[in-house]
Design a protein around this ligand. Structure first.
Ligand code: F6R
Length: 331
């Protein structure tokens, strides 16, 4: 399936998870996954841990969800933790290593995958396996990977949130306008709280689909470092993208206003070629708010791919790197 077709089908790929229930675990949950699969862990973690979103289950205490993107597991992991490994191909080295570590430590392990070595490992160890449809690019399969994860985590009102996502508009014209502001420039994407994984998704989709560099950072943290980097005329022309939640609190609203004004003053001062693009979430529920901006960013990255005259689908350098690593591992 082409990335372009999947993107136009994005909202419909969210389906209510018949038969998918909450996992029987009330402690820490570590979500392991890389790249296009790993972003589901970031989104789930933001939804469960963010100040703006009610916690997974207010009845139970202490239910942190941590996204993990490396080999093995964090040094503090132990047998009381639950590990959910997500890999679209089922063959990603870091995720396989996390699954093996989980088994070694005696953690509860569940996997979400199309198959591969991860399915084999999970099946050999009698772990729960959620199979996902094959034939997509992992990053374009986000709805297919994210939905079972959110059901497993027991996100409140998930059926209603998915219903809302399915009704989101596909803003092709807005995407075209934004892509024109980003063409041939360095997008510096800033967000806060629950919108942080969205900013990261924008960056990764621009990089993978449009084959163009992008940066992202968090407000307020960027107010303490990266904003100084905008002070001098940069080698690249920069477009600052501000991704805003439509339900942001007062403190965050003031932060964005102050940051926007500071960026405009820097532009005046250094005569730099600096543009600002504002993006705001649509919808009510946390999932719809996040997915409205994810979809817009995905569309922007495809428009940019068109402008950059590149095929958004293949990511040869990632594949070559994986092959090279297996060779080094003697596999
Ligand atoms: C490819 C993509 C990559 C992969 C990553 C991990 O579309 O987005 O970032 O997702 O290399 O591979 P999987 O998802 O198979 O575990």
């Amino acid at each position: 399936m082409k990335v372009e077709d999947d993107t136009l089908n994005f909202t419909r790929m969210f389906r209510k998870g018949k038969g998918l229930g909450r996992i029987d675990h009330y402690g820490r949950i570590i979500v392991s996954g890389m790249g296009g699969s790993g972003i589901s862990g970031d989104i789930a973690s933001a939804m469960c841990n963010s100040l703006q979103v009610p916690s997974v289950d207010p009845e139970t205490d202490n239910h942190p969800v941590i996204a993990w993107k490396n080999y093995g597991l964090p040094s503090w992991a132990n047998s009381k933790d639950c590990v959910i490994c997500i890999s679209y191909s089922g063959n990603t080295a870091e995720t396989l290593s996390a699954a093996s570590k989980a088994i070694e430590l005696g953690c509860k392990l569940e996997v979400i995958t199309t198959g591969g070595k991860l399915e084999k490992l999970a099946s050999k160890n009698n772990c729960s396996i959620t199979k996902v449809e094959k034939g997509h690019q992992p990053r374009a399969a986000l709805p297919l990977l994210l939905t079972p994860l959110l059901y497993k985590l027991g996100i409140p009102n998930l059926d209603a949130q998915i219903e809302e996502v399915r009704k989101l508009p596909i803003m092709k014209e807005r995407a075209q306008e934004i892509a024109e502001e980003l063409k041939g420039r360095l997008p510096c994407i800033y967000a806060n709280g629950v919108m942080m994984p969205v900013a990261y998704r924008w960056r990764c989709q621009i990089e993978e689909n449009a084959k163009q560099m992008a940066l992202h950072h968090e407000i307020p943290e960027m107010n303490h470092n990266e904003i100084v980097g905008l002070e001098n005329r940069a080698p690249n022309s920069i477009t600052v993208v501000l991704i805003r939640d439509n339900q942001e609190n007062e403190i965050t609203r003031k932060r964005f206003t102050a940051t926007r004004r500071a960026v405009l003053r820097l532009r005046m001062k250094s005569y730099s070629d600096l543009k600002i693009v504002d993006v705001s979430a649509e919808g009510e529920s946390p999932l719809a708010r996040m997915m409205s901006c994810v979809l817009l960013g995905d569309l922007v990255s495809l428009k940019l791919a068109e402008m950059n005259k590149v095929d958004p689908g293949p990511v040869e350098v990632i594949e070559d790197l994986k092959t090279e690593l297996s060779r080094l591992d003697g596999k």
